[in-house]
Design a protein around this ligand. Sequence first.
Ligand code: MG
Length: 162
Amino acid sequence: MESRLRIGIGQDLHRLQPGGKLVLAGVVVSDAMSAVAHSDGDVVLHALVDAILGGLGLGDIGEHFRNDDPRWRGAESRVFVEQAMRWLRERGGHVVNVDVTVLAERPKLSSKKQAMAECVRELTGCPNVNVKAGTNEGCDAVGRGEAIAATVAVLLDCGGSL
Ligand code: MG
């Protein structure tokens, strides 16, 4: 019998700029910097959407939520996750676990990881969420503090829809 399990992976990176609010996994982690983006620039939720879409075989975030669409200007990225979750649930599926890695030289994220995980649990309806945070050891744009990046892996149980 064919497995109902599907793995998905998503990656995102945004440049950082001084001022504004930096949002990661729906949590404001800094009010001294922000992501350069059309939406709120939440790299964790963008990577999460791509991971869910990947598991479902539904392409990528840019196809569904174009970055030149005025509807998404300044949008909270949770709306993209909510839509991806609707597509999963319409197929009778659910999220089995979520594993998040954020790479940022600044701000320091260790005290924010639990709040970020809780937000991802709420958005996905999945209790098994892990958030890891690291730096890039001073290398490349992330290491110089010019950008922030996230990778998200999800395991989906696609229910009876496959
Ligand atoms: Mg993005």
